[in-house]
Design a protein around this ligand. Sequence first.
Ligand code: NI
Length: 253
Amino acid sequence: MIFDTHAHYDDEQFEEDRDCLLSSMQEGGVGTIVNVAADLQSWTAIRQLVKAYPFIYGAAGVHPDYVGELCEEQFARLKELLKEEKFVAVGEIGLDYYWDKENHDMQKKWFVRQLDLARQLDLPVIIHSREAAADTMEIMNTHGRGLSGVIHCYSYSVEQAREYVDMGFYLGIGGVVTFKNAKKLKEVVEEISLEHLVLETDCPYLSPVPNRGKRNSSLNLIYVAEEIAKIKNISADEVIRQTQENARRLYRI
Ligand code: NI
């Protein structure tokens, strides 16, 4: 069964048909979903989702775009939430210099604090890094050693991919790999062994071809698995089986 390691079903784009859609997952070949937090608001919604659906697990943290909302009081709340049942990772956390919504010092400060929290609670981390390759690597080298986790929506070079894999991290591969112009990511998928890759949607965003531009859901991951299979010259079933095993190891489920 397909394991979606990164979804945002708490997003308002699922307001209309969330229950109906999530109820169709098992039949659609999707076995497990980890719903990842972005802002503080999402925490409560994710708590409800993991309670309502046996196959949904949660991650809690604050995305770099929203770290301006964080303070010591909310950070303490995050720590308590992460101790709850079915919360399996700290995320998503990291640096985003593309949207650049918060200043870099603020982004770095809360990134490091959340890495330290993961270490304290013995949880894996879900890293978001966009146009911040050098700073992310530097922080991971100084504060991420010994941690495990996933580099979500991996978008950097093959060389950096090898470095993260050597640190024990998985690479999250999603809809982008099906895009014609995604030469660099296809190369990463070709070079890095399947044992280090996991499937992810980042839904409602980043729908793969042939549904590019539409709202994404875990049901589309079959297209990502097929593309990886094509690049690696193996079967889609093998991709689904191995990435599920990887995801279970990643989140210790
Ligand atoms: Ni995300």
